[in-house]
Write a protein that binds this ligand. Structure first.
Ligand code: ATP
Ligand code: MG
Length: 660
């Protein structure tokens, strides 16, 4: 069976310091290995112990794992709990009522701090407001809101009454919103009059009106509008209500509704990088367990930490590492509204300095864009800020190119902060493969080792194990508590997408290619399986060639795709964004030649792009991921007929559609 060839080799290794090994939740590789062993010898016992230590059930569960209807796995069956009470009352009862839960910084810089006690009051008033509108357990509620305390509170309020939320990112169009409202059959929509991004006021309520007017959303009885800017918006009598009007007369006490462990907590659509977004359904108990546990294991969260995850609540990262994980463990976290480049590209560094953030978690796309901005302007370079409060940094969303990793490590972390490169997905609910800051030797560009209890492996096209050193398909061999339960309303698609018959029907298919290091066993993600290149019989992932391009000092970002070729079967086409301006004409031709030779020298002639195109940007999903499937069409000279509902910047397709 043909595996995926690894064509580059990263040799830099950064060992955890003695301090880290001493103080971390999982200190040293021996502690990590012991946990893995515990999971292997007594799988259910392992998860039972962790559930006991991390969750508060209202009614005890009977069974840890029910595999009778696999792959529709059930966890902690028969148990009952409330996720919101596990995030709020649990901490207040432990004495954290006056601890700051949220430090919210708005687009204009205004800061609001909310304690656990205050958050409980807010969440309860919204929950009571929902109840007064007739929203009940099992109903779906769409949340189309800006980053705000209210957005997080609305999610928690749904959890409190057992309503199932589905957050839709505030940048999505009316059509994409309508799709999700229809697919979930939502009875209510939370929104705001407007949102503010980079100093601009953008409509939200008007887009909700447009979506509802498109039809098919008859289940929606109410629209709840948070007043963000005070702009005039259309309020339809009997349907629309301002959040403050709905909640101000409500009691700040709302008894949490106990739900079954498997009760759906939320539905969230994937980013749409590889196709039409899938509505991923998550559970209550298993999901929350992993959200809390990964806060402790991966982020080593401690009582005095100031945690900052820069994601939007519209993405899974914002669900697990803003709304649920940090609150479940009683942490203080920063939440921000806006964009990393406003009022200038120093916003992240300034905010770390202002709020003394200790843990910082962001995406490679943000890092690459800030590298580009810093090279142009010293003033917004991280070295112009005091970032000494940081002790740990993370990356999520895409593979991080080793050179971007090194830049992050040196310039933001001052060579003293470990980087946790966390591989996971909307479907996995939380981290899967990631370094542990007190244990794992770090290797730039590698997500290193699976968390204890996560049975990740690399297999061939029929599900057979591949030896270390040979790239293949990334799978997970055993279920885990926070895994996707089904695709909302489409169990057949769930089975076909994630437990395909070709692999034997029992392995969870992540959709990514990976290779394990021969010595350390470290995993490196090679790119999406859909994007694997086949040049003269050599099957290669996209990641290594892209990383080689990014290692050139002129290059900020790169994406490679394959195009049918008479001679080589497939030829590599690279789309490149420079740190400086986009070159055209002869200058472009010359640089394209230089970059081809660069890759040829760096990883070998086989990986040399046949064609290079320069752009001001790459087509990205609204969550910041490169959409290579669109580039594949452009490279072939096709017009694009695929799903582009999650594409952020359609205008770039024109520019990239033309050869140099
Ligand atoms: P769709 O499933 O609709 O195509 P998507 O896969 O981009 O969209 P997400 O669930 O947001 O949707 O992203 C998960 C994917 O992101 C992973 O499958 C992987 O390709 C990529 N990813 C996330 N974190 C990392 C990481 N640390 N290293 C490498 N890849 C990562
Ligand atoms: Mg995916």
């Amino acid at each position: 069976m043909s595996s995926i060839e690894s064509v580059s080799h990263e040799t830099r290794v950064f060992q955890p310091s003695a301090d880290w090994q001493r103080s971390a939740a999982i200190g040293g590789m021996d502690a990590y290995n012991a946990l893995c062993k515990e999971a292997e010898t007594d799988f259910e016992g392992f998860w039972a112990r962790l559930a006991k230590e991390n969750l508060q059930f209202g009614k005890a569960y009977d069974k840890v794992l029910d595999e009778s209807n696999a792959p529709f796995y059930k966890w902690f069956t028969g148990g009952e709990l409330n996720v919101s009470a596990n995030c709020l009352e649990k901490n207040i009862e432990a004495g954290l009522g006056d601890k700051v839960a949220l430090i919210f910084e708005a687009d204009g810089g205004e800061v609001t701090k909310v304690t656990y006690q205050q958050l409980l009051g807010k969440v309860s008033r919204i929950a009571n407001g929902l109840k007064s509108l007739g929203v009940k357990k099992g109903d779906r509620v769409v949340i189309y809101m800006p980053m705000s305390v209210e957005g997080i509170a609305a999610m928690q309020a749904c959890a409190r009454i057992g309503a199932i939320h589905s957050v839709v990112f505030g940048g999505f169009s009316a059509k994409a919103l309508q799709d999700r409202i229809m697919d979930t059959g939502a009875v209510a929509v939370f929104t705001a009059d407007q949102q503010v991004r980079g100093g601009k006021q953008l409509p939200l309520k008007a887009i909700v009106d447009e979506a509802l007017a498109m039809g098919g959303c008859d289940a929606v009885k109410n629209v709840i509008v948070y007043k963000r800017t005070g702009a005039d918006v259309n309020m339809q009598a009997g349907r629309d209500v301002y959040m403050h009007d709905l909640t101000e007369k409500q009691s700040d006490v709302c008894a949490p509704v106990m739900v079954d462990s498997e009760h759906p907590l939320f539905i969230l659509y994937t980013s749409g990088s590889t196709g039409k977004p899938k509505g991923v359904q998550h559970s209550s108990a298993g999901y929350l367990l992993w959200a809390a546990l990964t806060m402790k294991w991966t982020f080593d969260i401690k009582p005095n930490d100031v945690f900052w995850c820069t994601a939007d609540i519209g993405w899974i990262t914002g669900h697990t590492y803003i709304t649920y994980g940090p609150l479940a463990v009683g942490a203080t976290q920063i939440v921000f509204e806006g964009v990393p480049t406003y009022p200038n590209a120093g916003r992240f560094w300034e905010m770390i300095q202002r709020h003394s953030a200790t843990i910082f978690y962001t995406a490679p796309t943000a890092i690459r864009s800030l590298i580009k901005a810093c090279e142009a302007d010293e003033k917004v370079h991280p070295k112009s800020y005091d970032l000494s409060s940081l002790r740990l940094m993370g990356s999520v969303g895409e593979p991080i190119n080793p050179e971007a990793w090194m830049w992050y490590y040196k310039n933001v972390g001052g060579e003293k902060c470990p980087i946790v490169d966390t591989f996971w997905q909307t479907e996995t609910g939380g981290h899967m493969i990631t370094p542990l800051p007190g244990a794992t030797p770090l290797v730039p560009g590698s997500c290193t080792l699976p968390l204890p209890g996560i049975m990740a492996a690399v297999v061939d096209e029929v599900g057979g194990d591949l030896p270390n050193g040979q790239g293949g398909i990334l799978v997970v061999k055993r279920p885990w508590p926070s895994m996707i339960r089904t695709i909302w309303g489409d169990p057949e698609r769930f089975k076909k997408s994630y437990f395909p018959e070709e692999l034997g029907g029992k392995l969870y298919l992540a959709g990514d290619g990976a290779v394990r290091d021969k010595v350390s066993g470290n995993f490196t993600i090679m790119g999406r399986i859909d994007d694997v290149l086949n040049v003269s019989g050599h099957r290669m992932g996209t990641m290594e060639i892209e990383s080689s391009l990014v290692a050139n000092e002129l290059v900020a970002e790169a994406a490679v795709v394959g195009r049918p070729d008479d001679v080589t079967g497939e030829a590599i086409v690279a789309f490149v964004v420079l740190k400086g301006d986009r070159p055209t004409g002869e200058a472009g031709q010359k640089l394209a030649l230089d970059l081809r030779n660069w890759v040829g020298k760096d990883i070998g002639p086989i990986a040399k792009p046949k064609e290079i195109r320069f752009g001001d940007n790459l087509p990205k999903t609204r969550s910041g991921k490169i959409m290579r499937r669109l580039l594949r069409s452009l490279a072939k000279g096709e017009t694009i007929t695929q799903d582009t509902s999650t594409l952020e910047n359609p205008a770039i397709l024109d520019q990239l559609g033309k050869p140099l």
